[in-house]
Design a protein around this ligand. Sequence first.
Ligand SMILES: O=c1nc[nH]c2c1ncn2[C@H]1C[C@H](O)[C@@H](COP(=O)(O)OP(=O)(O)OP(=O)(O)O)O1
Ligand SMILES: [Mg+2]
Length: 198
Amino acid sequence: MMLFKELVLASHNAGKLKELQAMLGDAVRVRSIGEFSDIEPEETGLSFVENAILKARNAARISGLPALADDSGLAVDHLGGAPGIYSARYAGGQGDAANNAKLLDALKDVPDAERGAQFVCALALLRHADDPLPILCEGLWQGRILHSAQGEHGFGYDPLFWVPERDCSSAELAPKDKNQLSHRARAMALLKQRLGIA
Ligand SMILES: O=c1nc[nH]c2c1ncn2[C@H]1C[C@H](O)[C@@H](COP(=O)(O)OP(=O)(O)OP(=O)(O)O)O1
Ligand SMILES: [Mg+2]
């Protein structure tokens, strides 16, 4: 049962915001944390779930609204699950291009069969800053890391993420298709069920 009409998305990532907004549709009025603050909270958690809660709590406190946060990343088999929760900071916070270059370098000469990876998304919804029972939903997306970048859509590691079920990179998927298949789409489908807006 949906208990509120408006929520704040606790993300400073334009790519993520666009996807989350499209997935939520017009079920709820969406604001962005950027309307309230430019300061990004430090992601000190040791899990996706902890970081999602921390970001949502910060946004709920600042905005006075229910807050939805997404903490996500790429877990690469050959790297023991790295960069994982450190995906955004993999190359020292220098942005997507540097992260992608570092990942390609780390997997140089690694054969296709050992390039398996998954995108991970944890969503946390807090009804208010002191909500003692956040709603938590997770989603995974299995794929493989390409040998070079392909495609112009999406953000982050999308140009390096091969989507087996579509035989293309996630940056080659039309946004509406990525939004039905992705780790974020899966987590959001669960969240919508929980909220009764599926
Ligand atoms: O669908 C995706 N397609 C490509 N790359 C993705 C995706 N989903 C997460 N990623 C990557 C981007 C970033 O390197 C990290 C998320 O880091 P994460 O801290 O959750 O987000 P962020 O710092 O960009 O924005 P914010 O924390 O304000 O929501 O994983
Ligand atoms: Mg972040």
